[in-house]
Design a protein around this ligand. Structure first.
Ligand code: AMP
Length: 348
């Protein structure tokens, strides 16, 4: 039986982590830490034994004061690093945290300040020379280290707090996430969609070369510069280390998860990534999700396009959305696809 592309509209979809058999979305909010930047550490006590008179008390006071000075200098070094950023308004919320606009005080560089609650994510990964770091931080360090990719958002700094960690991220200005951009401007034309795809492929190949699986490719996780139309892939909060064997655990957004996850509770990195690229492309070009969602996709499902698109474009999307993972293209195949090299297409 053929499944028709149902009209579901575009809606913001939350990322979440799912064990092998659970596929329901986690849809709770992360607690904000609005007072954490800048300078939120309580001031150190300045009342250090002023009234001490005996030698013993004097000696103790000297030792105490030395210890306090070293703790204090460590704390103030950390604090002054955090004080280096001023926090502005809320930019958005993801499945694991809240993101605020900010400014680096030293040079006025626009940054984004992301708070991630440790309640939601406790996984860590060893990074050479830095020990075990929160997984999202470790993955971002891997993709950020030189030579960087201009299409992957850069991690500039990060702070470890008792209940949350704080990421200081690059913030291209002016920019919007692609979801909001499409909500404001309507579906992309093929010319712009191609531009997005070329940069997205470059970003994903870069992640792959650093042993990183992003796992949450979707329009909300792509920033577009409204001036240059440059794209940046963001949010590694659902990511993982790349491996060649199957994953039996899903983190990400169910609407972008491949059909094999729903049918067999397992998937491989490369075809799952390409599936999410296909859903993203369909979504930004057609303002809806393909099929009736991946849960029901089989090899007999037929993908219908609700608008006029070039033959090459439709062929590329259909290829990405092949029901069988082995039938999907690789990122290299996509890069070579005629759609990306032709100037034809609707509205061009
Ligand atoms: P995230 O939790 O990382 O998925 O981010 C949630 C939302 O915040 C995104 O969909 C963007 O709208 C916004 N956002 C996140 N990071 C940035 C950034 N570096 N610059 C501008 N907006 C961002």
């Amino acid at each position: 039986m053929a499944l028709v592309g149902e009209s579901r509209g575009r809606s913001r979809s939350r990322s979440a982590a799912f064990p092998e058999t659970q596929t329901a979305a986690l849809d709770t909010d992360t607690q904000e830490a609005t007072d954490e930047l800048p300078g939120y550490l309580a001031p150190l006590s300045s009342q250090l034994a002023d009234s001490v008179s005996t030698d013993q008390k004097k000696r103790k006071r000297q030792i105490d004061s030395q210890q306090t000075r070293s703790t204090s200098s460590r704390r103030s070094a950390k604090r002054s690093r955090r004080d280096g950023y001023a926090k502005g308004p809320l930019l958005g919320r993801g499945g694991f945290g809240s993101v605020f606009a900010g400014i680096r005080r030293s040079d006025g560089l626009p940054v984004a300040i992301k708070y991630v609650s440790k309640d939601r994510t406790c996984e860590t990964l060893r990074v050479a020379g830095q020990g075990r770091l929160p997984l999202e931080v470790a993955l971002m360090i891997r993709v950020t280290s030189a030579p960087a990719c201009p299409s992957v958002l850069q991690l500039l700094d990060w702070f470890d707090r008792p209940r949350r960690y704080i990421l200081i991220l690059e913030r291209p200005a002016p920019c919007q996430d692609l979801q909001s951009f499409c909500e404001e401007n309507g579906c992309l034309d093929e010319r712009l969609a191609k531009r997005v795809l070329v940069q997205l492929i470059a970003a994903l190949k870069h992640c792959e070369s650093r042993g990183v699986l992003h796992r949450d490719v979707k329009p909300e996780n792509l920033l577009i510069s409204t001036e240059t139309q440059d794209i940046k892939l963001l949010d590694f909060g659902c990511g993982d280390q790349l491996k060649s064997s199957a994953y039996r655990y899903f983190a990400g957004t169910p609407a972008y998860a491949p059909p094999e996850w729903f049918s067999r509770h397992r998937y491989h990195a490369a075809p799952a990534t390409v599936w999410s690229v296909g859903v993203t492309l369909f979504n930004i070009l057609c303002d809806r999700f393909p099929f009736g969602g991946a849960r029901r996709v089989t090899s007999r499902s037929r993908l219908l396009f609700p608008r006029q698109l070039s033959t090459e474009c439709r062929q590329l999307i259909r290829w990405c959305l092949s029901a069988a993972p082995a039938d999907r293209p690789s990122l290299d195949d996509l890069e070579r696809h005629p759609w990306l090299h032709c100037t034809g297409g609707e509205q061009e």
